[in-house]
Design a protein around this ligand. Structure first.
Ligand SMILES: *Cc1c(COP(=O)(O)O)cnc(C)c1O
Length: 512
């Protein structure tokens, strides 16, 4: 071991025996002079010395030399900065050189926080079940097992075990979704936006796509129908008006350049009042007559009848195919409850064109969603167990009584940590499906309604912001929603009330 640099040793020795700056001498002019800052700086240990300090041994063993050195350098640079800065200000009490032990502790903390995963589990108490910003559907255990296996070991992703030759990536998925939906053929891509893009590019590049003005939607996250058309190289022909489109509008727009009649399930908003749209069933004969392809973008595309589970009806791919659509696209991670994926089902002729279009290669599913989707789709072959196994459906169809009892189980724990400053009440509230399903279709739910106890109603907003922030800072963050001067925590998506009660008990809230 080489000898640490003399000056640094000297600096530390001085500090240990008699601190150069008396700790609480608030107004010593010496501390404000640049030379005082210089002398403080010279007391900082070198990186070399710090790394060799016994206080850093565990950190080095855990995080390795590279990261520990980098973090140490960053910290020392930061301390040097603040010493210099405070020497120019009146904050002389801040001008202290931390001990080696303190420095080691700060380095360790910085290493821990640097290596902590930034994508982390949260409690979804927003009341929106399929929440895009919170990762949409949570996978069933069966899908998780498939993910783990496929991640740990090689698999027959594109390998035919019968012939020993190259196989098709989508092969098993295609058979499964065709069995479930009755489609002739199917292909799969990264998400539904990709499914729409690929479908239009493959079927309507440099050709015309007829679409109602009432369906030129923006789905969110910059998915706007006119832009997607442009990206696909399709020529958009708008028909009808915002509120009313008739069959004859489509009919009059069809030319020899028309390739596709496009229907979009306008799921995330509703036009009410004097409205008219043309259904897929009405459009199908027109498409047949003119030999053009009828494409329907369903968005959510539930594979089961949602009204059987007490939920609003959501059009299914089965229904769309029966109505005469040639191609139907929908998401894997919305109501279907699987991994992110775009599913394209329909007639073999069109699906073959789509699947063989070169862009498909850039949009294909990666192996993890392939296996997770297979496991998720297999659950649909045993519909009796679906509610129990598929978290999305379980949360959506959870009964009032169960949700209320979850809220009752966590109420006390929330009251205990929030009591002095906030009033916590069990409350009825409304959940929504989310991810493009009708925001107007809400479901009765239960949870906690939290109100700040403030004098004369002043500062309610800022108290709610503080509380929301504190809940987000928990090691498993809690995400709620602010509504009518209350923080609402919807208990619909909570599976483990005891775990939540335990987690909330570590909340520390500092009220001004
Ligand atoms: C959600 C949605 C999309 C986009 O699907 P992603 O899977 O998010 O890419 C497209 N169209 C409609 C109608 C949707 O609801």
């Amino acid at each position: 071991m080489s000898k640490p640099k003399g000056s640094m040793v000297h600096g530390l020795e001085v500090k240990e025996s008699e601190p150069a700056v008396p700790r609480k001498s608030a107004s010593k002019p010496l501390a404000k002079s640049p030379s005082a800052a210089q002398s403080l700086l010279s007391q900082l240990p070198s990186i070399d010395r710090l790394i060799r300090s016994p206080h850093l041994r565990d950190t080095l063993n855990t995080f390795g030399l590279t990261l520990t050195t980098q973090i140490s350098k960053d910290l020392m640079a930061e301390i040097r900065q603040s010493l210099k800065a405070s020497s120019h200000s009146k904050l002389t009490s801040a001008m202290e050189v931390p001990s080696e032990e303190e420095l080691a502790q700060r380095i360790q903390n910085a290493c821990v926080s640097k290596m902590a995963l930034q994508y982390q589990s949260v409690y979804n108490m927003t009341g929106t079940v399929v929440h895009t910003n919170l990762g949409r559907s949570v996978l069933a255990d069966e899908a998780l097992m498939a993910l783990v296996q496929a991640s740990q070991q090689p698999l027959n992703l594109e390998f035919d075990l019968n012939t020993g030759e190259r196989g098709e990536r989508d092969h098993f998925l295609e058979a499964l979704i065709c069995e479930i939906t009755g489609a002739e053929a199917a292909t799969f891509v990264n998400n539904n936006a990709a499914a729409v893009l690929l479908t239009l590019a493959a079927l309507a590049h440099d050709k015309e796509v007829v679409i109602s003005r009432g369906e030129l939607v923006e789905i969110g996250g910059a998915f706007r129908m006119p832009d997607v058309m442009k990206s696909a190289g399709a020529l958009m022909v708008e028909v009808g008006t915002t509120n009313r489109t008739h069959l004859k509008d489509y009919e009059q727009a069809i030319t020899e350049r028309t390739s596709v009649l496009m229907k979009i399930h306008t799921s995330n908003y509703q036009v009410q009042g004097f409205t008219k749209s043309v259904s897929e069933a009405e459009l199908a004969p027109l498409a047949e007559h003119h030999q053009v392809t009828l494409v329907s973008d369903l968005g959510s595309g539930s594979l089961i009848e949602m009204s059987d589970h007490g939920l609003p009806h959501e059009p299914t791919p089965q229904e769309m195919l029966k109505a005469g659509c040639h191609v139907v696209t929908f998401s894997g991670d919305k109501l279907l409850g699987g991994p992110q994926a775009g599913i394209i089902v329909g007639r073999k002729r069109e699906i073959d064109i789509i699947r063989n279009y070169p862009m498909k290669r850039a949009l294909r599913l990666s192996k993890l969603p392939v296996v997770a989707l297979e496991a998720t789709l297999k659950l649909y072959l045993q519909p009796e167990f679906l509610v129990q196994r598929l978290p999305t459906l379980r949360w959506l169809s959870r009964s009032d009584d169960v949700i209320k009892s979850t809220a009752q189980q966590v109420l006390g724990a929330f009251e205990r940590v929030l009591a002095p400053h906030y009033q916590v009440e069990l409350s009825q509230m409304m959940s929504q499906i989310g991810s493009g399903s009708l925001p107007l279709d809400t479901m009765n739910s239960f949870g906690l309604a939290i109100k700040p106890k403030v004098q004369g109603g002043k500062g309610v907003g800022s108290a709610l912001i503080r509380l929301s922030k504190a809940l987000r800072a928990l090691s498993k963050p809690i995400i709620g929603r602010v509504e009518k001067n209350m923080l609402l925590l919807d208990c619909r998506c909570i599976d483990d009330a005891l775990a939540l009660a335990k987690d909330i008990s570590s909340l520390e809230i500092h009220e001004p």
